[in-house]
Design a protein around this ligand. Structure first.
Ligand SMILES: [Zn+2]
Length: 594
């Protein structure tokens, strides 16, 4: 047999946030066997990566803070490997020497107690207060702190997972349930993900959980004391799935289960397939915040089926999902509700662009993110600028042509991961000239908001703007949705007069709807109305959702009178925040004092 000559080719790394190299073996599936150890906040695991075709030569994997104990090939032979020193934002490259051709490798390893994909909660941090809890959040690039793999969305995988947990706890996973067995103090729960996912959609949670069925294909999971309220809040899930299917085609993930997260969950929702994660702040008690459900459900098509190739193309996930969310809202709540949501989106887009005044690159739809941590530049810009770009294209070609194109786009790139250039080529082929008519270059490569953005139109919006910040009569505001309240509160000139603040204080400070409450508290802080400070302190102590923490800390920190309070509140609550939220607040408080 002739000696194998190693093939040395230049690495082809197409994702600035991954060591995955297109010239190397490609992982096709993985099998994870993991023991979840609450005492040491560690996962002890072995994972077998099976390649698309048997592979030899070098293999680079993404890892972050993993302790690698042993790597073997399919015959059980030990393989040489190097864990390179961590690189900023990326973690450590795990370089493996596949000495002989092998169809698979097995890695034995442990996660770190501060693994960035996991938050371990003490019993006191849960609603029940008796059992600990752990959950994962892998987007954007945290899966590598949980499993050594090619952590780039273009490396889609199927997987199986066997999780061993304390018997008193339930495991839920964004995968198909393959059964649980109990033995002594432990339970072993098996899962399978038969659909190919980008690694950032790997997700599970372990805790004291109960469930209620919502429809034949949907169930809600939550801590026992929360589950009834959650089942009521999300009871209409099947209507949303049906509306979405009529717009975007069949639902491809079989189940749409919902997990209500502990309060520290940093996002409104996370579209983990088969098991979407929702912040408990979505349970307003009046179904007024179910737009988060429309959003996460829409990701089943835009994001989970057609996925951004890497974080530089994040708008392909989020801009399309905002478009799809507003179409679901239009179908379930009417055109006015969708227009109001778009109008609020426009305000939020303008605020986000102002926030990045010192980093205009981040206001491009397709920014250059080499050397930039995706969590550091997270904002609503890919969401809302992406939405308004798609709305501009729709207005140029007409709704029916746009809808017809959208269906072919979703079909063409199903279970794929694509770039902005691939989107452009597909649209140009189907609707020649539409991109240039919609001013695409300015949207994609330009900073800020281009000319020609379509203004949302609604009589209800006109009525709110007609108030010019004056207090609405009780009759008018009694019928307002959370979105209308938000638009009104945004429209009140700063600083608002003391009388306005007192009137709003009486009406809104006790609100259980965090969207409305935080919009009001923001106005109050920006108006120097400090009677709300006790409520602000309560909010930053009881929620960990960044949408609410950011304006509270930003406004406390920007006023010299409350600057010290901002530092004190962060010191007090820091430990209860998710690492991603902690990093965000640290960024806010690091800004120089005014
Ligand atoms: Zn989203």
């Amino acid at each position: 047999m002739p000696e194998r000559v190693p093939v040395c080719s230049a690495p082809m790394r197409r994702d600035p946030h991954s060591f995955a190299d297109d010239t190397q073996a490609r992982t096709d599936s993985f099998a994870l066997d993991a023991r979840v150890d609450f005492a040491t906040q560690t996962i002890h695991a072995t994972v077998t990566l099976t390649f698309a075709t048997p592979a030899s030569g070098h293999l680079d994997l993404d890892t972050r803070d993993l302790a690698i104990d042993q790597i073997t090939d399919a015959h059980g032979h030990a393989l040489a490997f190097t864990v390179h020193p961590p690189e900023p934002h990326l973690g450590s490259r795990l370089a493996i020497d596949l000495a002989h051709e092998t169809p698979a490798i097995t890695i034995r390893y442990r996660t770190a107690p501060d693994a960035s994909a996991m938050q371990w909660l003490a019993p006191a941090q849960t609603a029940g207060g008796v059992h600990p809890y752990v959950f994962t959040q892998c987007q954007a690039i945290h899966a590598r702190s949980l499993v050594p793999l090619q952590d780039s969305p273009g490396y889609r995988v199927t997987y199986t997972a066997t999780l061993t947990v304390p018997r008193a706890l339930k495991v839920v996973m964004a995968a198909a349930d393959r059964g649980r067995t109990e033995n002594g103090d432990v339970a072993v729960h098996r899962w399978e993900m038969p659909q190919r996912i980008p690694p950032y959609l790997f997700a599970f949670a372990v805790g004291d959980l109960a469930s209620r069925d919502l429809s034949p294909r949907s169930r809600v999971w939550a801590e026992p004391s929360v589950v009834e309220a959650a089942a009521w809040e999300f009871a209409m899930v099947e209507d949303h799935i049906t509306a979405a299917e009529s717009l975007f085609g069949p639902y491809d993930w079989e189940r749409f289960d919902i997990l209500i997260m502990p309060p520290s969950f940093p996002y409104g929702g996370m579209e983990n397939p088969r098991l979407t994660f929702f912040s408990p702040t979505t349970i307003a008690g009046d179904r007024s915040l179910v737009s988060v459900m429309a959003h996460e459900l829409a990701h089943s098509w835009t994001g989970n089926l057609v996925t951004n190739a890497n974080a530089e193309h994040f708008w392909l996930n989020e801009g399309f999902t905002m478009y799809a969310e507003r179409r679901i809202t239009e179908a379930t709540e009417g055109a006015d509700a969708a227009a109001l949501s778009a109008a609020l989106g426009r305000r939020e887009l303008e605020e986000s662009i102002t926030r990045f005044a010192d980093r205009p690159e981040m206001t491009k739809l397709r920014p250059d993110l080499a050397g930039v941590d995706p969590d550091d530049c997270y904002s609503l810009i890919p969401y809302e600028k992406g939405y308004f770009f798609l709305a501009a294209i729709e207005s140029v070609v007409g709704r029916s042509a746009f809808e017809a194109w959208l269906k072919t786009y979703l079909a063409a790139f199903r279970f794929g991961a694509i770039t902005t250039e691939q989107f452009e080529a597909h649209l140009e082929a189907a609707l020649p000239g539409a991109l240039s008519k919609a001013n695409a270059r300015a949207w994609i490569d330009g900073v800020g908001i281009p000319e020609g953005a379509v203004p949302p139109k609604s009589a209800k919006l006109d009525a709110i703007e007609g108030l010019h910040g004056a207090l609405p009569t009780a009759n008018v505001s009694a019928a307002w949705t959370a979105t209308e309240w938000n638009l009104y509160l945004e429209s009140v000139p700063r600083p608002a007069p003391d009388a306005t603040c007192r009137a709003l204080d009486a009406q809104l400070t006790s609100s259980k709807n965090y969207d409305v409450l935080v919009a009001w508290l923001t106005l109050a802080l920006q108006s120097g109305y400090h009677a709300v400070l006790p409520r602000v302190e309560q909010v930053v102590a009881e929620v960990g959702r960044m949408k609410y923490l950011r304006p509270m800390y930003t406004n406390l920190a920007s006023d010299p009178r409350t600057r010290d309070l901002a530092d004190q509140l962060f010191a007090k609550n820091r430990a209860s925040y998710h690492p991603i939220a902690r990093q965000m607040v640290e960024g806010v408080l690091a800004k120089p004092r005014a």
